[in-house]
Design a protein around this ligand. Structure first.
Ligand SMILES: [Zn+2]
Length: 453
């Protein structure tokens, strides 16, 4: 450990560092499983009320808002900053989690167990870790009378795991007033460290700041043809037409289109490691695999993808149905939407129609400016061997909704991770857990960041 690290260790622990682990554990104990159905998604209200209570305890006024349906609880709190002329910075986290099958886990997924140096449970890294860090710092700042440079808005949200339909998207559409004056925001998925080898045998920790997200589109394909008896000659079969279109789409490889975020990420990795990446190479995925498990995400950001996920047709073995349907999960690189749709139309052909069931636009911002400097300074102050780099997330977050209001969004939920931890596998995975030391580190980084934002 470096000298600076020892100094950080010996420094008196902050109030937020002292309580962050306990807060994260407690948050995990609320079963906020989001099933995607209103009738069965129940836990957010109790969790949101508890968060509001923890904020009241230290003197905040909070606003509790249900986003379009009973129980879909969101909590907002504002801490006044020194300069009211500056736009506010929002720190947001979602309270819901994806469901967990307890039988598959080493510990109960809603135990919040603190053992072996980890906090265990569903949500430990997605994203009750960040919620706990933000809550701990909100409490510390208020309790100690800290005045940040600008207004900070703490937002705890429902329904992210269902695309924010009953959460951020609803709030942006129906309660845009909640976001008045907010110009920038930080949330998931970024700020975590990726340890890479350097040519001289040492290691470097890259902290991946999310500056872009692919667009998300769930597309329904429908073929309509002639119904008929299964024993007859029949050359106009909806199932056949649809199946051919689905197969063409599913086997298609879209062109590599490097967005700025991905290009900057690859350049930074090359600079640190000497590894070369050639986006034109047919083996670009193989080259990325040298980065380890993060290549699952990075590899998916080089090009659009269209993966067929659902098929539906027919009701009896000897009846040729009139229609056949499929659903395709489409993820589109920023700037590619129109080109992507043209390519899809060519592949599915004129006999298959398509419609969007869900369509959330891609997002990209630049990796520069005061807020990025503040992230970089905060990381370096706590890890002199760190370097922040931009990257694109292949999935989506609540940032997509806030970007619609013109808010500049970043994924920055800082965690210093052990080099051998398969972080990406923990998202929605079994035995989701977060290192205690990572939470304490993240809290220190986030404190430095917020006080210099
Ligand atoms: Zn999440």
């Amino acid at each position: 450990m470096s000298a600076t690290g020892e100094q950080t260790q010996s420094k008196k622990r902050s109030r937020a560092e002292e309580e962050v682990v306990e807060l994260v554990s407690k948050l995990i104990q609320f079963d906020t499983s989001n099933t995607g159905e209103l009738a069965t998604t129940k836990g957010e209200k109790a969790c949101a009320e508890w968060v509001a209570e923890k904020l009241h305890e230290v003197g905040y006024e909070t606003e509790y808002v249900e986003s379009g349906a009973p129980g879909r609880g969101n909590v907002f709190a504002r801490l006044r900053g020194a300069d009211p002329e500056r736009g506010a910075l929002m720190i947001h986290g979602h309270l819901d989690v994806v469901p967990a099958e307890a039988a598959d886990w080493s510990v109960h997924p809603f135990s919040g167990a603190i053992q072996d140096g980890y906090v265990w449970g569903r949500g430990a890294i997605d994203m009750k870790d960040m919620v706990g860090m933000a809550l701990a710092l909100a409490r510390q700042f208020k309790a100690e009378g800290t005045v940040p440079p600008r207004d900070l808005v703490f937002a705890f949200l429902a329904d992210e795991e269902n695309g924010g339909k009953w959460g951020s998207q609803w709030l942006v559409e129906h309660r845009p007033d909640l976001f008045d004056g907010i110009t920038e925001a930080v949330g998931e998925v970024g700020g975590f460290s990726l340890t890479v080898p350097r040519p001289d045998g040492t290691e470097k920790r890259l902290y991946l700041v999310e500056t872009a997200e692919k667009g998300l589109g769930w597309m329904r394909l429908r073929a309509k043809a002639r119904a008929g008896h299964g024993s007859f000659l029949h050359d106009d079969n909806a199932v056949t037409i649809l199946a051919e279109a689905v197969a063409r789409l599913g086997r298609h490889t879209f062109p590599v289109v490097l967005s700025d975020s991905v290009a900057e990420f690859l350049a930074a990795v090359t600079e640190e490691t000497g590894l070369q990446f050639d986006p034109e190479s047919p083996d670009i995925e193989g080259q990325l695999a040298k980065l380890g498990t993060i290549s699952r995400i990075i590899g998916a950001t080089l090009r659009d993808t269209a993966n067929p996920t659902m098929l539906q047709a027919g009701y009896k073995a000897n009846v040729i149905p009139q229609t056949a349907e499929a659903v395709v999960d489409c993820r589109v690189v920023p700037g590619r939407q129109a080109a992507f749709e043209r390519e899809v139309d060519e592949l599915i052909g004129p006999d298959v129609e398509r419609e969007w069931i869900t369509k959330l636009d891609s997002y990209e911002t630049t990796f520069d400016g005061h807020l990025v400097d503040a992230m970089n300074d905060a990381v370096l102050a706590n890890d002199p061997n760190g370097r922040t780099v931009p990257y694109m997330l292949s999935g989506g977050t609540d940032a997509k909704a806030f970007a619609r209001l013109g808010i500049r969004c970043f994924g920055f939920a800082p965690l210093q991770l052990p080099p051998d931890l398969d972080f990406t596998a923990l998202f929605h995975g079994v035995d989701e857990r977060v290192p205690v030391a990572s939470l304490e580190f993240g809290t220190r980084v986030l404190e430095h960041f917020l006080l210099n934002s």
